[in-house]
Ligand binder design. Structure first.
Ligand code: RB5
Length: 145
């Protein structure tokens, strides 16, 4: 299925972002790039918030975010009610973050995985389905305000 995927990154994620965009477009997806597009040092929150809003407003189907560790992006994105940003560093976690957590944003730690692993994680997350059931019950308990 062809998707509209939003992608946001800081300076630590720009190289992987550029490669992922070309690969995702080759797969037939439309990619909306929230930047940044240079390796100049910048603040991940400046692109994480617009990505979260685009997901929540339905302007993109899903999001991908990259920073050095992934944590700055994940912490910022998860401030938005309705965003489930999941950090994944292996193919198996890429699968589980969709199957169990129904992550609507996948977060990648660009400085701690190879590009090949990052690609495998994205492929896994895009391919598998949310399992629902007890995992939906758990998701329903996440929001606290
Ligand atoms: C940038 O140096 C780094 O702090 C950032 O990419 C990220 O790891 C923050 O969580």
């Amino acid at each position: 299925m062809s998707l509209i995927i939003g992608i946001a990154n800081d300076h630590a994620g720009v190289d992987y972002k550029n490669r992922l965009v070309l690969w995702l477009q080759d797969l037939g997806h439309t990619v909306v790039n929230f930047g940044t597009d240079t390796t100049d040092s910048m603040d991940y929150a400046d692109v994480a918030h617009p990505l979260a809003e685009a997901v929540l407003e339905g302007k993109v189907n899903l999001g991908i975010a990259l920073c050095g560790t992934g944590n700055g992006m994940a912490i910022t994105l998860n401030k938005h009610k309705g965003i489930r940003a999941g950090l994944a560093w292996s193919k198996e976690i890429g699968e589980l973050v969709k199957q169990h957590n129904n992550a609507n944003v996948l977060v990648l730690p660009a400085r701690f995985v190879s590009y090949e692993v990052a690609q495998e994680i994205v492929k896994a997350w895009l391919t598998v389905d949310f399992e629902g059931g007890r995992h939906q019950r758990r998701i329903d308990k996440i929001d606290c305000r």
